[in-house]
Write a protein that binds this ligand. Structure first.
Ligand code: PLP
Length: 437
């Protein structure tokens, strides 16, 4: 007899393309029926059939404190009682902008003076690019293969052949001339970036890079890579957009940039983008930079950007409450929980004789079915990705919900306590054996 998830998926496909509102949710790469979630609390999610799972998706990152943290929910409830949306400035926006600028400091650097709030990570990166083009008066953008920055046209470009080739559209509906404004370079090799700059340097507005890539699996940048990008870009009069939508406020109070600066790699990107944790589970994202760059945005400057729901008071309340609760102890807990699950994952796969790597970048980690951690997208794609399907479903049967794609990071939260971590460790050996088959 079909369960409630199956009924809902069948119905959803009649009224929603593919049955989902964001493609990865459809379980396309793992097969089976997506779980339609009815509620979430702490480390758990509950599906429409009433089954509870330990969750390692965390809404794809935002739930740093665990789902529905009571103080965050209360802050949203209180904000809701005062009105859902004003389309006018609010005091909370000022507090949130200031908090972001204060948190993103490290090694004596304070690279953010001003912050613009938007609603999604896609909007944040899209705006950052327009701003970089407005500031430099140049058109071309350098991005790395396998880095994801949201779904705006120019960022869905796919690498053509050859390092310095102008990109091809990565999706139907993206005009070739727009994709051709993006140069797609394999990740991780500064010499390739130098080669691109030596050919096109005077036309490049910016390099955009994930602070630590986590959308082709997790790939920790080599020490000095991000700093090297800043050096190359600046010497050609271009900017660097450090995309911290996923890493920002998740891996460290000052993002992956803060983690790197703390580890001794001192560099200053020009524009930061944030999303996910900054909204605490509500639609909110941001970009931030020094005043001279940010003041080019409308109405202060000529680069247009706007949004009916930008700085929405419920989102701002959730973001403020989340960041205020995200103390160093929270990061220590998440770091420890991530290390424990990553170790248990590696142990289970080793015991089952499965070639694997568990690459880590701060408290982010992922699973790769290859003997060594990939350094770029081509290597990430070369793994035995088919092993993830049985692995994923075995975990689901054991009551642990993983990201439904091998190319996604696993997300821990501060609500994953000892008992929950132990249950994950207990579930892993069976899944590892399933992956070995
Ligand atoms: N940038 C990065 C690094 C991301 O991981 C994502 C989403 O996963 C985005 C941008 C786009 O954010 P959103 O999905 O909120 O549009």
């Amino acid at each position: 007899m079909p369960d409630r998830n199956e009924d809902l998926f069948a119905h959803a496909r009649e009224v929603i393309p593919g049955g989902v509102n964001s493609p990865v949710r459809a379980y396309g790469s793992v097969g089976g029926t997506p779980r339609f979630l009815a509620k979430a609390a702490g480390p758990y999610v509950t599906d429409a059939a009433g089954r509870e799972y330990i969750d390692l998706v965390a809404s794809w990152g935002p739930a740093l404190l665990g789902h529905a943290h009571p103080e965050v929910v209360e802050a949203v409830r209180e904000a809701a009682s005062l009105g859902l949306s004003f389309g006018a400035p609010t005091e909370g926006e000022v507090e949130l902008a200031e908090l972001v600028a204060q948190r993103v400091t490290a090694g004596g650097l304070k690279p953010i003076d001003r912050v613009r709030l938007v609603s999604t990570g896609t909007e944040a990166t899209m705006t950052a690019i327009r701003l970089a083009r407005g500031v430099t008066g140049r058109d071309l953008l350098v991005k790395f293969a396998g880095n994801y920055h949201g779904h705006s046209d120019g960022l869905l470009a796919e690498a053509g052949s050859g390092v310095a080739t102008l990109a091809l559209p990565g999706s139907a509906g993206v005009p070739a001339p727009i994709a051709a404004q993006t140069l797609v370079v394999p990740y991780g090799d500064l010499d390739l970036v130098r080669a691109v700059f030596s050919e096109h340097g005077d036309r490049i507005a910016a390099i955009i890079v994930e602070a630590a890539p986590a959308n082709m699996g997790v790939v920790a940048p080599a020490p000095g890579f991000n700093a090297g990008l800043v050096e190359i870009a600046h010497s050609a009069g271009a900017l660097v957009i450090l995309d911290e939508v996923l890493t920002g406020f998740r891996v460290h109070p000052a993002g992956y940039w803060g983690l790197e600066v703390e580890r001794g790699s001192s560099y200053e990107p020009d524009i930061f983008t944030f999303g996910k944790v900054i909204g605490g589970g509500m639609p909110l994202a941001a970009l931030g930079a020094r005043a001279e760059i940010m003041d080019q945005l409308a109405p202060a400057g000529p680069v247009y950007q706007a949004g009916t729901l930008s700085g929405n008071p419920l989102s701002v309340a959730a973001g403020l409450a989340t960041l205020r609760l995200a103390t160093p102890e929270v990061y220590a807990r998440v770091d420890a929980a991530a290390a424990r699950v990553a170790d248990a994952l590696s142990d289970a796969l080793a015991a089952a004789g499965v070639a694997h790597a568990v690459p880590r970048a701060g408290n982010l980690f992922g699973l790769v079915f290859a003997p060594a951690a990939p350094a770029d997208y081509a290597q990430a794609q070369a793994q035995e990705a088919w092993r993830y399907r049985p692995f994923f479903h075995a975990m689901l049967e054991e009551g642990v919900s993983l990201p439904p794609s091998v190319f996604e990071a696993w997300f821990l939260t501060a609500a994953h306590d000892d008992a929950v971590l132990e249950r994950i460790a207990q579930a892993l050996p069976r899944a590892a054996r399933a992956a070995a088959a």
